[in-house]
Design a binder for this molecule. Structure first.
Ligand code: SAM
Length: 470
């Protein structure tokens, strides 16, 4: 039976409830009156249930679909303004004892180069990332308790935070590692991580078990209940995601939203972020071998439906997607993008000789090019990490975000961190465009006192001072 408050995976992600939801959505996909009611509810910006969101996903009425897209864009603006948060993944180790059918790190892959960074190599990677201008990382590893135990991950986090190269600093480390124990989550929390990210891959239990035939990741319940253990271990911010292409996208959206409902119901705080990765070609992986690939149009609809259903969540799009696709999704709710990513172990500091990459990236632009592109589209690239550093995490972040208050500090923080980027790392053309953008945006800060402080800080940044935040 479906019970969002249950701590059992099969009860909060309930297969029968998902099937009923899909049938309900199918039956109502042209029910204009119901769709209007759901859209009216969505306009309150308090989110939608998985059933309501599925009706919107299935909706076939073109005019209503345009309303969904427009609303997704408006909600994104209301909660996140025109800021886009920047980050990069950092691969620490690709040793893995799992058998995931879609991932080239799987144990049986003998021709991929296996690597694990030493602390000196972590240093080199972080310096390369700092020299691009990155301030926020997501660390990634395969699952291997012997080659990559939690102590190794903790040591890497310490190293990452300790490196201050020129004006660079990594101010927030998010972590995307395999499901683990409450005790290990507590250690990650103590190490000062930002968000704990774990993709569900698929919410369909049977498919999940087939796609993960061997290794600890085979255990669907342990994987699905990981966020509850993370929260029990004191981690406030968790990031959900589905690997689209593995299972039917309608099933996945229902499961994903049920997971968000569960986190709200049990912990009083929904997912801090939702990622929307699609399966990509990789070393011995051909996405065409998976039957459930989704078109760009379906991908756009999914993104818009997630945005209206979970209005406060940060939505992340990686360099798995190309520039055109990313551009489209930015309009429909995405609030965080990665830039200049390498998915290989050690790929930032040195050109790859042997392939250790997790998947092919589709957006190969430099960070400078990504920053300029965002500004050309009217966005403010933000390197801000202030919320987490000021203790605005979990329900404190959510209640501020839901009340719209967060914008009073986010816009100024985005401008100040963009200014740092322009001073330290930007090309002359990017700097010119950025300066102009900051000038225009700073004028618009409504609160006179805050505006005054921002002007003062922008000047101080020009004189070499760093790390201002509200
Ligand atoms: N090993 C960790 C785990 O088990 O969750 C997580 C880290 S893994 C480096 C990050 C994510 O990459 C996986 O959760 C999966 O969704 C995604 N991934 C794996 N193979 C992929 C592929 N071929 N294309 C796109 N994404 C892929």
């Amino acid at each position: 039976m479906y019970d969002p408050k249950s701590m059992k995976a099969e009860e909060f992600i309930c297969h029968d409830e998902i099937l009923e939801t899909l049938a309900y959505a199918e039956a109502n996909k042209n029910n204009e009156e119901l769709i209007d009611r759901i859209l009216d509810k969505a306009r309150l910006r308090k989110g939608l249930t998985h059933r309501e969101a599925l009706v919107l996903l299935d909706c076939e009425i073109e005019e209503k679909n345009q309303e969904i897209y427009a609303l997704a864009e408006q909600i994104k603006k209301d909660f996140y303004g025109n800021r886009i948060v920047m980050f990069a993944p950092l691969y620490l180790s690709n040793y893995c004892i799992n058998g995931c059918l879609y991932c080239p790190y799987h144990l049986k892959n003998k021709h991929i180069a296996r690597k694990k960074l030493t602390q000196e190599e972590v240093r080199k990677e972080v310096i390369a990332l700092q020299d691009m201008g990155h301030k926020r990382l997501a660390i990634e590893t395969g699952e291997d308790p012997e080659m990559c135990p939690i102590e190794y991950v903790l040591e890497c986090i310490d190293t990452i935070y300790s490196i201050k190269h020129k004006n660079g600093a990594i101010r927030r480390v998010n972590v995307n590692i395999a499901a683990t124990t409450v005790e290990n989550y507590r250690k990650l929390k103590e190490a000062g991580i930002g968000t704990y990210i774990l993709f569900q891959e698929t919410y369909h239990k049977k498919s999940y078990e087939t796609l993960h035939p061997t290794g600890p990741k085979h255990n669907y319940d342990y994987h699905t209940e990981a966020m509850d253990r993370a929260m029990e271990g004191g981690i406030d911010d968790v990031g959900l995601g589905v690997l689209f292409g593995l299972e039917l996208y309608r099933y996945e959206l229902a499961g994903l939203l049920m997971h968000a409902e569960h986190l709200e119901a049990v912990h009083g705080v929904g997912p801090h972020t939702i990622s929307v990765p699609r399966i990509k070609p990789a070393d011995d992986i051909d996405p065409d071998n998976f039957d459930n690939g989704i078109s760009d149009d379906i991908f756009a609809k999914l993104t818009a439906c997630i945005r209206v259903a979970v209005p406060y969540t940060g939505m992340i799009i990686s360099t798995r997607e190309n520039k055109e696709c990313r551009e489209r999704l930015l309009h429909l709710g995405v609030s965080q993008v990665s830039g200049a990513s390498r998915t290989s172990v050690g790929g930032y500091a040195e050109a790859e000789e042997e392939n250790s990459a997790q998947f092919d990236v589709s957006d190969n632009r430099t960070l400078d090019e990504v920053v300029r592109w965002l500004m050309d589209q009217g966005y403010i690239p933000s390197f801000c990490t202030a919320c987490y550093r000021e203790g605005r995490t979990g329900d404190r972040f959510m209640s501020l975000c839901k009340s719209g208050q967060i914008q009073n500090c986010c816009d100024p923080n985005a401008l100040m961190t963009l200014k740092e980027y322009l001073e330290d790392y930007a090309s002359p053309e990017t700097k010119r465009i950025g300066e102009e953008l900051i000038r225009r945006q700073a004028e618009k800060i409504p609160n006179e006192k805050v505006r005054g402080i921002v002007y003062k800080n922008l000047e101080a940044i020009e004189q070499g001072r760093r790390d201002f935040r509200f």
